[in-house]
Design a protein around this ligand. Sequence first.
Ligand SMILES: Cc1cc2nc3c(=O)[nH]c(=O)nc-3n(C[C@H](O)[C@H](O)[C@H](O)COP(=O)(O)OP(=O)(O)OC[C@H]3O[C@@H](n4cnc5c(N)ncnc54)[C@H](O)[C@@H]3O)c2cc1C
Length: 431
Amino acid sequence: MTSPRTVAHRDPASLPHVVIIGGGFAGIATAKGLSDQDVRVTIIDRHNFHTFLPLLYQVATAGLEPADVAYPIRTIFGSARNVRFRHGRVRAIDHPRGVVILDDDAEITFDHLVVATGAIAAYFAVPGAEQFALPLYSLADARRLRNRLLSTLERADVAADRERVGVTFVVVGGGPTGVETSGALSELINIVIRRDGLRLDTSKVRIVLVDVAPRLLTQFPDAAGDYARQHLESMGVDVDVGRSVVEIDATSIRFSDGERLEAEAVIWAAGVSAGDALPAGLSATPGAAGRAQVSPDLRLVGSANVWAVGDAAAIPQSDGSIAPMLAPVAIQSGNHCAKQILHVVHGEATTPFRYHNKGIMATIGRNAAVAKLPYGRVITGRLGWLAWLGLHLWYLIGFRNKLRVMINWTWRYFDWKSGPRLIVADAETDE
Ligand SMILES: Cc1cc2nc3c(=O)[nH]c(=O)nc-3n(C[C@H](O)[C@H](O)[C@H](O)COP(=O)(O)OP(=O)(O)OC[C@H]3O[C@@H](n4cnc5c(N)ncnc54)[C@H](O)[C@@H]3O)c2cc1C
């Protein structure tokens, strides 16, 4: 057992230095676990805030403000005496010298390194996808997408003076992110057109949700995928599963059977890669999705002092599978990593990580969600939706953000048309 040793009576410079790359769920949990312990901690992130990724789609569809889902990392650790934040992007790792190298060429020496760099969009070499599709993996992505969606609708309103215009939005990816975005987009369009007075014919505005898999939400049981499909279709979303997108350009997508579909915006929710987010020079064996393979105690295979957590790590589970890329895995692995670093610092043996499955959820729209509970039971409808709301509020970082989101959701529930439908861009091209 680690005894509760604190930094109170030690010269900070003499303490082992733990460098954490990434202030997402995993990096923040690791730093919290090391806060006020007898180590020095530097947490590095290219953003000066933590982003609550599960609610990004609500920022993109003008349900929430960017500040509702982001929290300054400095504020999180304001009262911790041994945790420092460094704003910047880590470019490379030099293992023999034990340093990380930042974009501005600064070097930071570590005794222990925790890689918590998360994941970024994977485009699977689909021509044009990276250039023309809009991903949803950062706050900047969400703002860009919101601007594009709202600008497209405003342009269509101007054109409606002259002709009966049609608008098509395509969402690629039928997992939770694609399903949630499609549902919220349908609600946005209905509000904007019906309540904000846009002169568009709603039957001419299409949302097409495409996935190569034969059904939606393949991580959930069949019944949940069927429920999501039926509910989305009742909201006017065209669900086109079992089809693969093989090319994207500025105005259309092309399917593998050669059919081309004109689209004003293509939202990319098709998958993520952790390997492409890892800094250069990391001596890691790549696992699934390029995640760094770790031993059960979360150290990189073969390393004594480099750890990987959250999406960045391919974490083995006792049944031989790899832990999924989910926020609870990131938080739990971060907590565990902090404890193991303290064990090593104190000359104690490490223990293996065990993920406590919290289930998975996806919301589809107002009063509609699916939740798969830890033992496989599925709940849908309003109960699932209320569970989804409660859990997301619980996991949001910062009391101020919890309160703001709760007020915003409650307000919108009763005053449906409210919402930050702002195009925050100075020029047409400034998305
Ligand atoms: C749109 C979306 C919706 C999701 N919805 C859900 C959901 O509903 N439920 C759920 O459980 N999971 C959901 N997930 C997955 C969940 O968000 C991730 O599993 C979780 O964020 C992983 O946490 P992490 O700390 O490993 O990585 P992240 O949260 O991605 O954090 C990584 C951090 O590292 C920083 N970083 C990366 N590279 C560098 C570098 N070189 N230098 C400096 N900083 C760097 C990034 O800026 C970022 O802050 C969703 C993910 C997305 C993208």
